[in-house]
Design a protein around this ligand. Structure first.
Ligand code: ZN
Length: 491
């Protein structure tokens, strides 16, 4: 058996969420009907002229900057010539020789993945095949895309999946794409080849096209690695590049048309669009430094914050920063909680310890779980209200045992903490007198039991606690009941 390593590279197509399409004024919103967001430009009629959508360039620039790529101030569009029914004008407007962005990297939990390039291009129409009939929908034709190409340095199918998940979080955080894989807003082609460990050569790769879920990417790559390992061990590694598809249902890859050589496309510069050079940026009022300085905090920076500034472990930080809104929410709650702890005189060490404990118990293990189970109810509770809830837990105005119930009610009704507390009339340490009365009542009503307890059968005390809990409809902390009961029994 050969000791083989996998070399994986990804090509990701990402639809930008601009208002209009790349080169015409048609809407770039999803439509219920096919072929409604169309015009002569995106239908590829002869003689029409494209007009560049500045918003698409800005959104791609944001991505390039966020991923630390080099912005090429002299890039340009080219025509990629090929014939296919989804492209009636016979060429796709893309970038080839010089992309908008060169290099860049994505920091993931599984290490850094370096990028080759990020370039702009237009999407094509969608084809639907029905037996001997094929239908075309041009709503997607001319939608702006960025293509993100990684270096062939991804080591495993899992790392490929983690990279895509992180990329999705980043573009959502930047607000440049919804990146929903099911809707085709984020599509991925994977290249994979194997080689004996220590060998620095690259061997012919297999390209797996159109993987439309994170799971599909991982499964297809795992399948392909297994296949290629067998070929290598039979001394018959892939001799030339092959394009394959992934059959989700049967969980196997199948051979498609062989890949065109790049020079088959006869790229040439698009004469109808301006150069994306320094003048272009100036004329369009695009200030790259401004864009760079106004990028939002990225997911990995948020995770870093939760780990380094707040002391959470990697798993906890991942949960707190799982989506852009959750990350912002968690930061706000922690900020408010810290403020409160400072106000009530906690030391730095106490603040850190209490924050970790409370956030882990109530945010990570309660609120975010509630939310995960009913995603339609995202953030019914404002961060301010949730911090208020935590303050009340700290002050024991909400007994610990009742916290879960109260939080659930707030989550379900959207009411604030005060409202829920008064509705539920939870007895707390503040209502000790009332509780004492009930305890006395129960003692008076059970002289036999009290006698036995006094004779040493102390475990019967649980019976009395049960009676008191019943009278208070379970709205008192059992520990407090026991304390008062024991004290009253000694009198
Ligand atoms: Zn159009």
């Amino acid at each position: 058996m050969l000791n083989l390593e996998s070399i994986i590279g990804l090509e990701v197509h990402l639809e930008l969420n601009t208002k209009s399409k790349f080169f015409c004024a048609c809407s770039n919103k999803e439509a219920d009907e096919p072929n409604v967001n169309v015009c002569p430009v995106c239908l590829g009629h002869p003689g029409v002229l494209p007009t560049l959508n500045k918003e698409a360039v800005i959104k791609a620039l944001k991505l390039g900057l966020a991923l630390n790529g080099k912005i090429n101030e002299n890039s340009f569009f080219e025509r990629k010539n090929y014939f296919y029914p989804d492209l009636p004008k016979g060429y796709q407007i893309s970038q080839y020789q010089l992309p908008l962005v060169s290099g860049g990297r994505v920091q993931t939990e599984e290490g850094i993945i370096n990028l080759e390039r990020i370039h702009l291009e237009e999407d094509t129409a969608k084809i639907f095949h029905f037996n001997d009939l094929s239908l075309l929908d041009f709503n997607r034709a001319g939608v702006p895309l960025v293509e993100i190409v990684t270096r062939p340095e991804i080591k495993s199918p899992n790392q490929a999946k983690v990279f895509l998940e992180e990329l999705q979080r980043i573009v959502r955080c930047l607000g440049i794409s919804d990146a929903d894989m099911e809707k085709g807003q984020l599509r991925c082609d994977s290249n994979i080849s194997l080689r004996p460990k220590g060998d620095k050569n690259f061997y012919p790769k297999i390209e797996i096209k159109n993987l439309n879920s994170f799971r599909a990417v991982e499964n297809a790559l795992n399948y392909e690695i297994k296949q290629q390992k067998e070929s290598w061990n039979k001394n018959n590694p892939p001799k030339h590049q092959i394009t394959k598809g992934w059959d989700e249902n049967r969980e196997l890859t199948f051979k498609q048309r062989s890949k065109e050589e790049e020079n088959d496309y006869r790229y040439f510069p698009e004469p109808d669009l301006p150069l994306i050079d320094v003048n272009f940026f100036k004329e369009q009022g695009i200030d790259i430094d401004f864009l760079k300085n106004n990028l939002p905090e990225l997911p990995f920076q948020k995770r870093k914050y939760f780990m380094e500034e707040c002391g959470f472990d990697a798993g906890q930080a991942k949960i707190l920063a799982q989506t852009e809104p959750t990350g912002v929410y968690s930061k706000r709650v922690i900020f408010k909680l810290n403020e409160f702890l400072k106000e009530i005189g906690c030391s730095k060490k106490e603040i850190s310890a209490k924050t970790k404990k409370l956030i882990n118990k109530w945010l990570i293990n309660q609120l975010l779980v509630l939310q995960k189970n009913s995603p339609e109810k995202e953030f019914q509770i404002t961060p301010e209200d949730f911090s208020e809830f935590l303050n009340k837990i700290l002050e024991r105005k909400i007994p610990d045992y009742a916290g879960q119930e109260i939080l659930k009610k707030i989550f379900e009704t959207g009411k604030n903490v005060e409202e829920i507390i008064s509705e539920y009339n939870f007895k707390t340490t503040e209502n000790k007198d009332e509780l004492k009365k009930i305890v006395q009542e129960v003692i008076n009503n059970n002289p036999e039991i009290v006698k036995k307890i006094n004779q040493g059968k102390t475990n019967i005390i649980q019976y009395l606690i049960g009676q008191i809990m019943k009278k208070t409809r379970g709205q008192v902390e059992p520990k407090l009941v026991q304390e008062i009961l024991e004290r009253e029994l000694k009198k």
